[in-house]
Design a protein around this ligand. Sequence first.
Ligand code: ACO
Length: 325
Amino acid sequence: MINAKITGIGGYVPEKIYDNAYMESIVDTSDEWIVRRTGVKERRISADDEYTTDMATKAAKKALENAGLGAEDIDLIILATVTPDYFTPSCACVVQRNIGAVNAAAFDYNAACSGFVTGLIIAKQFIQTGMYKNILIVCADTLSKATDYTDRATCVLFGDAAGAAVVSASEEEGIMTTDMGADGTGALSITSLAYRNDDEEIEKRVAHRKDTIWMAGQAVMKFAVKAMADASNKVVREAGLTWDDISLVVPHQANYRIVDSAIKRMGITEDKVYLTLEKYGNTSASCIPVALSEAVEKGRIKKGDNIVLVGFGGGLTWGAALIRW
Ligand code: ACO
């Protein structure tokens, strides 16, 4: 069996910062509430003329450089986003053009915040069948452009970022056990509207605007804790390992309380978890690759380490992967 391994990783965050003092100035909230209930202190915000593909291109170039590959070596680009520049063309095709990946097929997929792990699982299938050798996964979202800044329950959470990884055919073990799933009964727990006219959806938004994200925070939180813990426990168990064999967990960074409750269910402590939540907030699918890239840069991940990546998000969806670095 051919192994699929992450051979390059890169992240990008925009320069502009909305800190909690700024959030206090636009909605009825406080730094104390936001930190205690979410763990977020700052979020990065894209420039007015900076869109998902602009950030995606920057992260993609970093991942390629980190992998030591040229754009022409890439066979496939898959891109996860819930804030595309266009419905068509796909953001993946725009990135393909921007980086000059002339040999790559390209498509977008939507698994919301579960996008990175879903991408690893997609990439693994193409590599194990022998169809492709080098796949570029890109996760990018300009959530700030879809945030209702009059809704204090969502606007304090979201930020913008992009993360990318190169997954290549390898003789070494890489993406080991994986799990992904969906629970469509919770489909309307997190919504971002397109063509469907749905008065109820528009009514429940604070600003009654169609172009923003809405979510049922508590329901999502409850789902997230169980989904993240169950999926993580499953990939460790199925690899024949225990949590003692795992060096680091890189979870989706939605809310500190979700991470804290989930790791208690896994039976691990925070020193095994890599968090970027405080400075970037929830940046959708890019949370995991941005955190992974930073953890590698800071020496928190070394060759041979077993790492669990786990996410959840709109759909509702979830995904976990045990990878060997
Ligand atoms: N500042 C002050 N008060 C607030 C704020 C705020 N920013 N936000 C909500 N409140 C208030 C509410 O209005 C409510 O007031 P009330 O009791 O007078 O009605 C009170 O705080 C409690 O509200 P809850 O919704 O019960 O607060 P909770 O502790 O659940 O925290 C939160 C809300 C942060 C949204 C939490 O539910 C959460 O993080 N949920 C998960 C969100 C998530 O992870 N989404 C991921 C997917 S997103 C994607 O896929 C793009």
